[in-house]
Structures are given as structure tokens and as C-alpha cells.
Design a protein around this ligand. Structure first.
Ligand code: UT7
Length: 325
């Protein structure tokens, strides 16, 4: 096989919505500050019984239904998360069991907010080499469980959720040809020197605790715009297109100002950028597939469209992927 194409998408959100005003009752913040600095109006927060695995399973079921694919036809599950149900085994194996898939490959990818890009690119590679035929690529998080709810500089920014896509190894006759549906080009990067700007201060091998998210927001912001516009430029060049050929950008939903600044640097008009950060806040690895699913289901992203995914997160890690629907 020479490629892989997206057959369908799905997403899932916890039942409970928490507004900025509700947060302002608990920490020293305000609706106006959060909206002005981030564009966030509300976020979904997981309740009892809702975990990364349950959200991922719901998103995966929705994606399978959308794709018209039976769970038994899935032979690869790649799940991106920084908030797994357990240290091990991989949350992907829990999802596999819940879906009733047997055999095949299932593992987690840890690349925090760019996890979905890492998972998508990994699944694409495994499909191209013939290791699997049909994949579920999932981004799922419950960041509410690693937030320090007394730290106003971080706790207002994140939310919980999951998104998933079904990928299929593409027909070798169609893939690679101009206009053929499928993943066209992807680039991934990492820079471990930036660890201290965005990390969790706990873990099994260090503190034996789960820990809390810590972020130097202003510095992350600065790196995000530079790194994202850089990797987008690389993928545009690899694919031999120009920025104006892109129909939709589906960015990681960290901050509306980052989305605007990155699109502006590339000369892409704001109406081509899918924005869900106002509704979902930053759902880390879930944010790109969640936003993608929202825009497919509301009819904006259509068959034949050229769609660019992009994300950056802790590590740092960042990446972009260009897909013809
Ligand atoms: O998903 C992974 C990637 N993550 C990101 O991309 C996040 C990137 N960073 C950001 O989105 C922004 O930097 C933030 C939204 C986190 C912060 O916005 P900012 O414009 O960079 O604000 P700042 O950190 O420079 O803080 C400005 C002021 C500070 O007060 P002083 O020192 O000027 O008096 C903060 O203490 O705002 C204060 N502040 C708040 N005020 C009300 C910080 N958090 C809050 C808050 N409510 N929640």
C-alpha cells in the first residue's frame, strides 16, 4: 500500500460543562480575562465513571459508525494520551477490549498536545508497510485530573474529551495521485531542551505520584507560533502545494491567539481555521480530532477538501499533517 485515507470520525465529551463564571467562583480569575487571553468560554470536565478510556471508546464507536466499519475489522489502535487510565497497560488495550476488537495491535502514544499528530503519522506508517489494514487513531484526555485547581495560570485553560478517526490502507491505484484521498505529507519534531516550560511534576519513576501540570505560558506561546508556522511550511513544501490551496486548518486548540497568529504568518484567512477552543478549551491530544469531527459533522469539511492538522505540546513536541478528504 502506498497510502492511507480517512474513512470517518467521531468524538465524545463529558456530560458536565464548566463555564468561566463557575471557575471564577473558585479561583481568582474572571470570564473577561479568560476570553480576552485565550478565547475560552467553557470546558467539559469528566465526572465519576468518565475516564480517558470511556471517552476514547465513545469517540471510537462514533467514528466506526461514521465510517461504516465494524469493530472486528480494526487491526490497529493508536491512542494518544498524557492522562492514561493506568500507568500500564496502555489505555488503547482497554479501548480495544471495550469495542470488542480481538487481536491486532494496540498501544498508546505520549506526545501530549501533539499526540494526535504523532498517532496519526505512526498509524499511517504502519498501514503503508502492511502491518495493519484498518486503524483507529484516537486522541483522548482527562486533563482535569492533572490540573492544580489552585493555579489560575493553568486550571482555566484545559478541558476533557476525545476524538477519533478511522484510517484505511489506501488503494495503491488511487493513493499518491493528484487529488486522491489520503494522508499526503506529515512532519514531526521534538525538542527535549524545552522540558521545563511545560511538564507534569510527578510520575511513577520519580515521585511515585501522578503530579500536576506546570507551564510557563508566555514562553510556550512564543515557541508555539514559531514552531507551528515552521512545520506547516515544511509540510506545504513536501506536498508541493501553496498555503492558499489549503481548504481548512484544524489546529490544536490551545489558545485562539495562537491560532490567529499562526494562520496570519502563513497568510491563511481566519475563516479557514476551525476553532473549538471557545467550547472545549485545550483538550490536549483530543483537541485536533475533536475539532475535525465538529467541522465534518457541521458540513464545513467535505469530501475532496485539503485539510491541514497541526499541534504543539509538552516536550516540546510538534507536528503537522496534510490530508485530502
Ligand atoms: O497545549 C500546549 C501548548 N500550550 C499553550 O500553547 C499555552 C500557551 N500560552 C498561553 O496560551 C498564554 O500564555 C496564557 C493564556 C497561558 C497566558 O496568557 P498571557 O497573555 O501570556 O498572560 P501572562 O502569563 O503574561 O499573564 C498576564 C497576567 C499576569 O499578571 P501580572 O504578572 O501581569 O500582574 C498573570 O498573573 O495575567 C495574570 N493571570 C491571570 N489573571 C486572571 C494569569 N492567569 C490568570 C487568570 N485570571 N486565570
Amino acid at each position: 500500500m502506498t497510502g492511507s485515507r480517512v474513512l470517518g470520525s467521531g468524538s465524545a465529551l463529558p456530560a458536565r460543562v464548566v463555564t468561566n463564571a463557575q471557575l471564577a467562583e473558585k479561583v481568582d480569575t474572571s470570564h473577561d480575562w479568560i476570553v480576552e487571553r485565550t478565547g475560552i468560554h467553557q470546558r467539559y470536565i469528566a465526572g465519576e465513571g468518565e475516564t480517558t478510556a470511556t471517552l476514547a471508546t465513545d469517540a471510537a464507536r462514533a467514528a466506526l459508525a461514521d465510517a461504516g466499519v465494524d469493530a472486528s475489522d480494526i487491526d490497529l489502535i493508536v491512542l494518544a494520551t498524557a492522562t492514561p487510565d493506568n500507568t500500564f497497560p496502555a489505555t488503547a488495550t482497554k479501548v480495544q477490549h471495550a469495542l470488542g476488537c480481538h487481536g491486532g495491535i494496540a498501544f498508546d502514544v505520549a506526545a501530549v498536545c501533539s499526540g494526535f499528530l504523532y498517532a496519526l503519522t505512526t498509524a499511517d506508517s504502519l498501514l503503508k508497510t502492511g502491518s495493519a489494514k484498518r486503524a483507529l487513531v484516537i486522541g483522548a484526555e482527562t486533563f482535569s485530573r492533572i490540573l492544580d485547581w489552585e493555579d489560575r495560570t493553568t486550571c482555566v485553560l484545559f478541558g476533557d474529551g476525545a476524538g477519533a478517526v478511522v484510517l484505511e490502507a489506501a488503494d495503491p491505484l488511487g493513493a499518491g495521485l493528484p487529488g486522491a484521498a489520503g494522508i499526503i505529507a506529515s512532519r514531526l519534531h521534538a525538542d527535549g531542551a524545552q522540558h521545563d516550560l511545560l511538564y507534569v511534576d510527578g510520575g511513577p519513576s520519580t515521585t511515585q505520584t501522578v503530579g500536576h501540570l506546570r507551564m510557563k505560558g508566555r514562553e510556550v506561546f512564543r515557541h508555539a507560533v514559531v514552531n507551528l508556522s515552521g512545520v506547516l511550511g515544511e509540510v506545504i513544501e513536501d506536498a508541493g502545494i501553496s498555503a492558499s490551496d489549503i481548504d481548512w486548518i484544524v489546529p490544536h486548540q490551545a489558545n485562539k491567539r495562537i491560532l490567529d497568529a499562526t494562520a496570519k504568518k502563513l497568510g491563511i484567512p481566519p475563516e479557514k481555521v476551525i476553532v473549538t477552543v471557545d467550547q472545549h478549551a485545550n483538550t490536549s491530544a483530543a483537541s485536533v480530532p475533536l475539532a475535525f469531527d465538529v467541522a465534518r459533522k457541521d458540513g464545513r469539511i467535505k469530501s475532496g477538501d485539503l485539510v491541514m492538522f497541526e499541534a504543539m505540546g509538552g516536550g516540546f513536541t510538534w507536528g503537522a499533517s496534510l490530508v485530502r478528504m
